[in-house]
Design a protein. Structure first.
Length: 222
C-alpha cells in the first residue's frame, strides 16, 4: 500500500474476478482488494465459494459485491465468502447499511452512479454516516455496474474535500491502465477499482494489464 496524507493507505481493487488464477495474478502484482460479484444474474456473477477461495489462496481482503439483495441475503453471502467488505451496488437505503453492519464484522461501501456534483453531495449526505466508503461509478440506464462507463471526473474534484475523514472515496467506472494515473492525480481517491479495464473478455483478466494498472495507479499516488 502507498501511504496517503495522515497515514491512510492508498489502495487498488481488482473486481469482477471469476477465476482464482486471476486473483493470484492480482495479488502478485500488488492489489490490495479482490472483488467478486456475489449477486446472481450479472455477467460476472460467481458463487460465494469463489470469494472464500480467493481469500484463502491470496490472503487478501475480499469484497463481495451485492445488488438489491435483502439484508439477510447480503449477510449470508458475505459470511459464506469470508468477505472483509460488502459493496452495495443497487438502490439500497441507509437503513439497509445500518442493519447489515450489525450482522457482521465487514466494512460497507455504497456504490453510486453519478452524473452531477449534486448527486455526489447527496450521496455524502445520505451515506456518509453509515458507510465506510462511497464508490463512484459511471451511470448506465439499464445496468448497475461493470459497464466500463466513466463518471464525469470534473464534478468530483470540487467536492473531494467534502468527504468526511472516515469515509473512503473509491473511484471506479471506465478506468484502465492508460487513464488511471490521470484519475488518481485529478481526484485523489483513497481506492481505485477496475474490472473490465483489465480484461480480455468479460470475467477473464489479463495479468499484464493488471500489473500495468496497479503500477500506474500507485506511481501516480506517490
Amino acid at each position: 500500500m502507498t501511504e496517503l496524507a495522515g497515514g491512510r493507505p492508498f489502495r487498488v481493487k481488482i473486481c469482477g474476478l471469476t477465476r482464482v488464477e486471476d486473483g493470484l495474478a492480482a495479488a502478485g502484482a500488488g492489489a490490495d482488494y479482490l472483488g467478486f460479484i456475489a449477486s446472481g444474474g450479472h455477467a460476472r456473477s460467481v458463487s460465494a465459494s469463489l470469494g472464500a477461495e480467493l481469500a484463502r489462496e491470496t490472503g487478501l481482503p475480499v469484497v463481495a459485491v451485492v445488488v438489491d439483495e435483502t439484508v439477510d441475503r447480503m449477510a449470508a453471502l458475505a459470511a459464506a465468502a469470508g468477505a472483509s467488505v460488502v459493496q452495495l451496488h443497487g438502490e439500497e437505503t441507509p437503513g439497509a447499511l445500518t442493519a447489515l453492519r450489525d450482522r457482521g464484522p465487514w466494512k460497507l461501501w455504497k456504490a453510486l452512479r453519478v452524473r452531477t456534483r449534486e448527486e455526489v453531495e447527496d450521496g455524502i449526505a445520505r451515506f456518509g454516516a453509515v458507510a465506510d466508503g462511497l464508490l463512484l461509478d459511471g451511470w448506465h440506464p439499464g445496468l448497475a455496474g461493470g459497464t466500463g462507463t466513466r463518471f464525469p471526473w470534473e464534478v468530483v474534484a470540487p467536492v473531494r474535500g467534502a468527504f468526511p475523514s472516515g469515509l473512503d472515496f473509491i473511484a471506479a467506472g471506465g478506468l484502465h491502465p492508460g487513464n488511471v494515473a490521470e484519475a488518481v492525480e485529478r481526484m485523489r481517491p483513497d481506492v481505485v477499482d477496475v474490472s473490465s479495464g483489465v480484461e480480455t473478455s468479460p470475467g477473464i483478466k489479463d495479468p499484464e494489464r493488471i500489473r500495468s494498472f496497479i503500477e500506474n495507479a500507485k506511481r501516480a499516488r506517490r
